[in-house]
Design a protein around this ligand. Structure first.
Ligand code: AMP
Ligand code: MG
Ligand code: MG
Length: 208
C-alpha cells in the first residue's frame, strides 16, 4: 500500500491525472518523411497525488504510406512485423478515446493533462498525421506539459534530452531508449522527481 500514499514533499496539483505520452514514428536517417506516421502510441495514466502509474494505454500502429525501414527499427526497436496488422491511426484514436472514457478521464470533474518530452508529439506529429488522414483532433490533445520546461524551472538549466534530465536528477534509465512505452516510463520518473521538489505543474504548450 505504500505506493498509494503521497510523499510529503509532493506539492498539491491542479490535475487529478497526468497522461504521459511519447509517440514513435516512421523515420529515415538524415531526412524527413512526408507524411511521417505514428507507429507506437503509448500513454501512462499517472496519479496527480502519488505520481504512481495507475493504468496504461499501448498499441503499435500500422503505417499506411511508408513502411518501417531498417534505420527506424534500429532506432526504435520496432520492426515491420510488430506493426503489421495493427490498427491504423483513425482506429487507434477511437480505441484511445474509449480508454479515456473507461478511465473516467472525460468527465468534467476529472482534470488531466498530457505530459511529453518536447513539443513535437502534440504540436507537430499528431496534428500532421491527423491532417493527412483528414481526421479532427479531440480538444483534450490541445494542451500539454513539455516536461523540459518544469525541469528547467527546478534545475535552472534547459535540458537537451530525456537522457540528460535522468542523469541530472540521478534517476536510472529503464528499458530501451526510443521505445515509446519505455520512454513514457522514464518521463514519468522525471515527472515524479520534479513533483517531489514541491513543483506545481501548469500547462506549457497549446495548439494555436
Ligand atoms: P523519441 O521520442 O525521442 O524516441 O523520438 C520520436 C520519434 O522521432 C522517433 O520515433 C523517430 O521517428 C524520430 N527520431 C528521433 N530521433 C531520431 C533520429 N536520430 N533520426 C531520425 N528520426 C528520429
Ligand atoms: Mg519522444
Ligand atoms: Mg520515444
Amino acid at each position: 500500500m505504500a505506493s498509494s500514499i503521497a510523499s510529503a514533499n509532493i506539492a498539491a496539483q491542479d490535475f487529478h491525472y497526468f497522461l504521459v505520452l511519447d509517440f514513435e514514428a516512421t523515420c529515415i536517417k538524415n531526412g524527413m518523411l512526408a507524411p511521417q506516421e505514428i507507429i507506437e502510441f503509448p500513454v501512462l495514466k499517472v496519479s496527480g497525488r502519488t505520481f504512481e502509474v495507475e493504468s496504461e494505454f499501448h498499441t503499435y500502429v500500422e503505417p499506411q504510406v511508408h513502411e518501417v525501414g531498417e534505420f527506424c527499427t534500429e532506432l526504435t526497436g520496432i520492426t515491420k512485423e510488430m506493426v503489421a496488422g495493427k490498427p491504423h491511426l483513425p482506429d487507434v484514436l477511437e480505441m484511445f478515446h474509449d480508454w479515456m472514457q473507461k478511465e473516467d478521464l472525460l468527465s468534467n470533474e476529472t482534470k488531466s493533462i498530457f505530459v511529453t518530452c518536447g513539443d513535437w508529439d502534440l504540436k507537430t506529429m499528431l496534428p500532421g498525421h491527423c491532417e493527412y488522414c483528414k481526421l479532427p483532433i479531440k480538444p483534450y490533445f490541445n494542451q500539454w506539459i513539455n516536461i523540459k520546461k518544469p525541469f528547467a524551472r527546478v534545475t535552472g538549466e534547459y535540458p537537451k534530452s530525456m537522457m540528460a534530465m535522468l542523469e541530472r536528477l540521478d534517476l536510472k534509465h529503464v528499458g530501451r531508449h526510443h521505445s515509446g512505452l519505455d520512454d513514457c516510463k522514464n518521463i514519468a520518473k522525471i515527472l515524479k522527481a520534479i513533483a517531489e521538489r514541491k513543483f506545481r505543474f501548469i500547462p506549457t504548450g497549446a495548439k494555436r
